[in-house]
Write a protein that binds this ligand. Structure first.
Ligand code: SF4
Length: 293
């Protein structure tokens, strides 16, 4: 069965978001949230990953639903994802976009988003530098991308819902790209190169979710994963990490995590997990204050 016949065709360019965020309609088929947090209505890789990282962070993000400024790195990553989506979508439709069209899309989308949200750039020049850097990362990727220019994607920015069985919320996700035959691709933008083997470890929850979604949508097993890292060094780099299909152990770990998530939410176990990840937590000042520091 072809994934193209099963998975949702790519939507018109709208807000790009890898995974649904509570508190607003997604416009992409994922049910809109009610005004009350409903943490058991669906599962997603971002919810599970946040839970896994720190339950207190999960509480701030999904229960209190605190709004925070958009971190520059997140903003840049979103813009890059959007251009990659348009690039792949053009290939999907057999209407490839030129570098000029892609650059214009980056500028247009950047300016539209920058007008809507607060991004705490350190200086006004920082934003222009970041925009140029984002384009340099994309140019490097287009130049070094391992995907043949004429390769037809099996799916682009595909939205999938998967039932996990009786009594469990469904799982939702959006997969960046599926290459033939059944390779799940996820784009990452980062300030530094991933160390050997760490990328798979760090992203295991997300990859396992995508594998379940893919298998449910197609009735077939994925042939593997690729993480395409666009690295924001002075001279941008591209690192491709390739992995085999989800193992039985990875699948078990995901279901252990889902059990823990469901039990923890029922108990309202918003336990903080202080660690190195606090350095890039949006809620560090509040968390310290509430912890009496
Ligand atoms: S600062 Fe650290 S402990 Fe506090 S919510 Fe953020 S990640 Fe959790």
């Amino acid at each position: 069965m072809s994934i193209a016949s099963v998975l949702t065709a790519p939507p018109e360019p709208t807000a790009i978001r890898l995974l649904p965020h509570p508190g607003e309609g997604t416009g992409t088929g994922v049910p809109a949230e009610s005004s009350e947090p409903d943490l058991l209505r669906y599962l997603s890789a971002s919810r599970l990953k946040c839970w896994q990282t720190c339950r207190r962070q999960f509480y701030y993000r999904y229960v209190e639903r605190l709004t925070v400024p958009t971190a520059p790195a997140l903003f840049i990553g979103r813009q890059i994802h959007e251009v990659l989506r348009l690039w792949n979508w053009g290939k999907w439709k057999n209407e490839p976009l030129t570098p000029g069209q892609l650059r214009a899309a980056l500028v247009e989308r950047w300016e539209a988003d920058a007008a809507k949200e607060f991004v705490p750039w350190k200086t006004p020049e920082d934003e222009a530098t970041a925009k140029a850097q984002a384009w340099a990362m994309l140019e490097t990727y287009f130049d070094q991308c391992p995907v043949a220019p004429d390769e037809q994607p099996e799916g682009v920015e595909v939205e999938v819902e998967c039932s996990l069985g009786d009594g469990l919320p469904p799982l939702y996700g959006i997969i960046d790209l599926v290459r033939p035959p059944g390779r799940i691709i996820d784009y990452k933008s980062a300030a530094r190169s991933p160390s050997e083997g760490m990328a798979e470890h760090q992203h295991a929850t997300q990859l396992a979710c995508y594998a379940l979604l893919y298998r449910s949508a197609t009735g077939e097993m994925e042939t593997g994963f690729e993480l395409h890292h666009l690295i924001k060094t002075k001279v941008p780099k591209v690192i491709i990490s390739t992995y085999g299909p989800m193992s039985a152990a990875m699948e078990s770990e995901l279901f252990f995590l889902i059990d823990d998530y469901l039990e923890g939410i029922a108990r309202e176990a918003w336990v903080p997990s202080p660690g190195q990840h606090c350095a890039w937590c949006d809620h560090l000042p509040l968390c310290r204050k509430r912890s009496g520091m």
